[in-house]
Design a protein around this ligand. Sequence first.
Ligand SMILES: *[C@@H]1O[C@H](CO)[C@@H](O)[C@H](O)[C@H]1NC(C)=O
Ligand SMILES: *[C@@H]1O[C@H](CO)[C@@H](O)[C@H](O)[C@H]1NC(C)=O
Ligand SMILES: *[C@@H]1O[C@H](CO)[C@@H](O)[C@H](O)[C@H]1NC(C)=O
Ligand SMILES: *[C@@H]1O[C@H](CO)[C@@H](O)[C@H](O)[C@H]1NC(C)=O
Ligand SMILES: *[C@@H]1O[C@H](CO)[C@@H](O)[C@H](O)[C@H]1NC(C)=O
Length: 629
Amino acid sequence: MVVEGFCSPVLFIILVVLLRCGHFSYLKPKKVALMSYKPMFFGMFMNQFKARGFPFWLHDIPGIVFRSDNEPFKFQMQKFVSMIVNMMKSEGLYASQGGPIILSQIENEYQNVEGAFHEKGPPYVKWAASMATSLNTGVPWIMCKQDDAPDPLINTCNGLRCGETFVGPNRPYKPALWTENWVSLYQVFGGEPYKRSAQDIAFHVAVFIAKMNGSFVNYYMYHGGTNFGRFASAYVITSYYDEAPLDEYGLIRQPKWGHLKDLHAAVKQSSEALLSGKPTSFSLGQAQQAYVFQANSEICAAFLMNNDSRQASVEFQNVKYELPGKSISILPDCRNVVFNTATVKVQVGVRSSRVVLHLNDVQNWGAFSDGVSDITDASFTQQSLLEQLNVTKDETDYLWYITSYNFASDDDKLVLWVNSTAHVLHAFVNDEFVGSQHGSHKSPGVTFEKPISLKNGENDISLLSVMVGSPDSGAYLEHRVLGLRQVKIRGNKSVRDLSNQVWGYKIGLQGENTEIYTKEGSEKVEWKSIDTFAHQRLIWYKTTFDAPSGKDPVAVNLGSMGKGEVWINGENIGRYWISFQTPNGHPSQTLYHIPRSFLKPSGNLLVLFEEEVGNPTEITLETISVANV
Ligand SMILES: *[C@@H]1O[C@H](CO)[C@@H](O)[C@H](O)[C@H]1NC(C)=O
Ligand SMILES: *[C@@H]1O[C@H](CO)[C@@H](O)[C@H](O)[C@H]1NC(C)=O
Ligand SMILES: *[C@@H]1O[C@H](CO)[C@@H](O)[C@H](O)[C@H]1NC(C)=O
Ligand SMILES: *[C@@H]1O[C@H](CO)[C@@H](O)[C@H](O)[C@H]1NC(C)=O
Ligand SMILES: *[C@@H]1O[C@H](CO)[C@@H](O)[C@H](O)[C@H]1NC(C)=O
């Protein structure tokens, strides 16, 4: 194993293959997106290439149990991993071939779910390790958050403070690696962004190097990105790790980017001592510690830590140093401080968005009602409530559950009660909207309860169940049960359970089925003026616009809308959800990134599907830029 190679000053890329289940669930085979790809720094700081989750068809393989000692799963996993490794080999990308890949990852934070698989867990870990090893990449394999990673695999740490939390490598000959240093956390609809300061990140990187003998830190994410289409997992917004040093749009986020760059330079200046020096450490005070890497009288680097929130004066090798609260000073020559983690010297850049186009020309908008489905629209019927993904095959977020209810009673005070493990429910009785309900990232399901009125005779009960992304983690993903579980009508005399009566199913929206969001599809329907459907639900809107000039990244501001999906020139740029506000009373995300590559100079087609009620004429196009102050 090439352990010494870890710290060599080469530019490298970690290929985080498989099976990253975090925040991404089922893969759409058509589009594999690069969340982030940006090599950086001298043998310690990297970025990653991120593969996303499982293709949905795996769910339908008989007898499959994901991520366990299960033959059908292991067969597919081995096939996939071998294919990826062979692609890398044929391009000469491994360091052993002179390429940039120095590490590969197999599995992801498996220890979190291992217990749930009982006796099928540990043999799977061993199998995954030996399967990966047998592929002979010539570079080490790692398992993150797997304390018992079998030799020769290296167990690694993911987290916010790996210098304090990591149990350490499980063998003395393995290096200490931090594979996910969370610069932020993913944001969900209804949630605020997680802002982690540049000082805090820098402090913990320095702790990891100084205290843990850490030889590798990988930022998660170094470069944010966008979850286009239906890629985002349950309740996750389209903007992903926008708080990263390079934001969602690829713009530099200051002071994070610059402060970490300065940190990397200081570590690089200390590299000889770090690589060849003997690490020692001693106390400089109650909460102050020196970490020294000394090879000889010439080669010496020191990290002086103040773990107290107040400033502290310390003496190190007969020299006095002032250490700001919660900080580490780096002395590449054991004398001169070249960097302190709490002292930010870079310019602060302020990002702003500028409205460049108001899409307020009513004449240029068209509207089309998807309509409420009744039992005659059903493509099949079944005498039970079916599991949603089993029916939709994850081709759409939308599934109609429709039944006809024969009411003959003087019962009143009627209430429609629905229990669902899917995310959003829109309920209609006899084509009239009766209410909506949604869950949240923490509590994904829905319990719906709204008064209704029924006529004597047949009544159409039309329930639109909506997913906002697939589950992203946990054991037995293939066994999740989503969609409506129980439907009841309660009166003040009796309760009638409709769950086992005949239900009709309609998969997806009419507009999805005609691909109304493409140029060809949009020409197949008759668009009306937008006031035709004022205050109505389930409406498609379309307009056209010219691309903003210049090169700044472009976003569409959907702050005047409710919830739905948005397409530009047939490309799905994601799910939007403005009406789900944070506890502070504002939407989690109003700007939705439109890559310039999706745009042509003029006549770009913008199509939205609005589940609730919105005002498209207040939509604006904005450009994003950063100004130094
Ligand atoms: C760091 O390395 C030194 C010298 O090999 C060793 O004494 C120390 O225990 C190591 N620290 C950790 C946290 O592994
Ligand atoms: C700093 O102090 C806190 C609180 O006492 C402790 O939990 C943490 O491990 C310390 N950090 C380091 C790097 O020593
Ligand atoms: C999904 O459909 C298959 C085939 O119809 C069925 O065997 C299975 O039980 C269904 N799964 C769920 C969770 O309903
Ligand atoms: C709703 O359905 C879930 C799943 O079937 C069940 O666990 C839960 O108890 C139900 N809630 C109520 C209030 O019936
Ligand atoms: C049901 O509600 C009606 C109207 O409010 C009332 O007259 C009747 O007594 C109620 N019946 C029962 C069983 O509570």
